[in-house]
Write a protein that binds this ligand. Structure first.
Ligand SMILES: [Zn+2]
Ligand SMILES: [Zn+2]
Length: 139
């Protein structure tokens, strides 16, 4: 049975859907994600870009990671919700933020990464593999 992932921003102007399976899922604890989200980490689900149908327009902000690669965070210009991101390292993929899913129970993180910069109040699932910096998928 194929699972359909649907979701969008707080005001509803930006929506997405895909029936593909994620290429990669995980929680990013880097300092940029903490600052951009105001929370402890970004729960990310990367899908092949071609499988995603995104409606509504977004604005984006580009930050440069310690690696020198950029990351574009796309957000709804009306409500400010960060909906997805695009990594320079994964040009054919889009990372949806799992908190924007209509059914957030569909998100299953497989790894924690950039845990070296995690906040001390950031509780992590001890069963998940941990990477101090970038996860293997972007190497
Ligand atoms: Zn919105
Ligand atoms: Zn991050």
């Amino acid at each position: 049975m194929s699972v359909k992932f649907t979701g969008g921003c707080l005001c509803g102007a930006v929506r997405y859907e895909t029936e593909a399976q994620p290429l990669f899922t995980g929680n990013c604890h880097c300092t940029d994600c903490q600052r951009a989200s105001g929370g402890p980490y970004t729960p990310a689900m990367f899908f092949p870009a071609a499988t995603l149908k995104i409606t509504g327009s977004t604005k984006s902000f580009r930050s440069i990671a310690d690696s020198g690669n950029y990351f574009d965070r796309h957000f709804c210009p009306t409500c400010g919700t960060q909906v997805f991101g695009k990594l320079q390292m994964l040009p054919d993929a889009i990372g949806l933020r799992a908190g924007t899913l209509d059914d957030t129970s569909l998100y299953t993180p497989t790894v924690d990464f950039f845990v070296a910069s995690a906040a001390h109040w950031d509780f992590m699932n001890p069963k998940l593999p941990k990477f101090a910096n970038a996860p293997p998928v972007t190497r």
